[in-house]
Design a protein around this ligand. Sequence first.
Ligand code: MRU
Length: 370
Amino acid sequence: MKVNGTPTRTIWRAEDGAGVEIIDQTRLPHAFVTTRLETLDDAARAIKDMLVRGAPLIGATAAYGMALAMRADSSDEALNAAHDQLYATRPTAVNLRWALADMKRVLAPLSPSQRENAAWLRAAEICDEDVAINEAIGDHGLALFREAWEKKGKTGTLNVLTHCNAGWLATVDWGTALAPIYKAHDAGLPVHVWVDETRPRSQGASLTAWELNQHGVPHTVIVDNVGGHLMQHGMVDLCIVGTDRTTAAGDVCNKIGTYLKALAAHDNGVPFYVALPSPTIDWSIKDGLKDIPIEERSGEEVSVITGRTEGGEVVSVTITPEGSPCGNWGFDVTPARYVTALVTERGVCRATENGLKGLFPDVAGNAAAE
Ligand code: MRU
């Protein structure tokens, strides 16, 4: 997508070929800053401290992390150690495991002297594949938006609610849940987006709003507790969110708060779509509530909030009283029964085992064989 008119991705190999450049998302929306990763440790820290975040981008960064590791030491021990170090950064987004397993599949059979080049090549391919997947999700989602617009008699505004940031900042480009929004806007549909602020790290208020501003898409930032009220009053035509891990039976894990939006949508007959790139499907599990690891992060993310003063300074302040502990679960699971449909790069399907197998018979077949 474009930043101030310039086509930009979230991650790319540095021109000198010795490093990786990323957008430091902890500085948005108040500053657009890119930073250079030079080592495996840099890549692992960028994921853990959320300079990069969003399931697909976590996977892409891990792939480039393996390339940086192979640049320093391409032995078998280093390959396994790099895999394990990156794997330990964050537990929920399954794209991390997918990308690391894919890199190992490519690199392990090679001689150490071949591994660095092969790693850079495969990491770049994973990025290009991600962009193609997301654009396809955009096209399939656009058809659903057109349907909703028809159903609305093509009058007024098409009001879409989204939670967290599943835009191009969460991927390499295009985004997942935001891709149909960009496609619809570019196709002339009068889209308006309700943007959940998404506490505690405010990915909606700081990242989604920033992206939509860059692209000129009308939107309104709302606190996380407003969506149900808007749905009760017919002010939401559809919801679309991303996912960090979706099971083979269609249970969807995404940013904390997604489940509550799905419940409200279900209660008010509002379609609840999930944009799902295939690397985010965990074919090894069915029961999301039982089998998906939910990340718990520091309570400080809840008690401390960052913003810009009138003078333009970016400061952090504590919003809770001394002595009050904070709990911070990062994700929740929306059972498949509350998901209207999954929007994948191969098309739209029901959030069921048969729905996913119907679109991905090859992948489901391989997973079953493993
Ligand atoms: O903690 P984050 O910011 O990595 O969480 C991101 C989300 O929950 C996204 O919705 C999800 O990763 C999908 S991104 C296309």
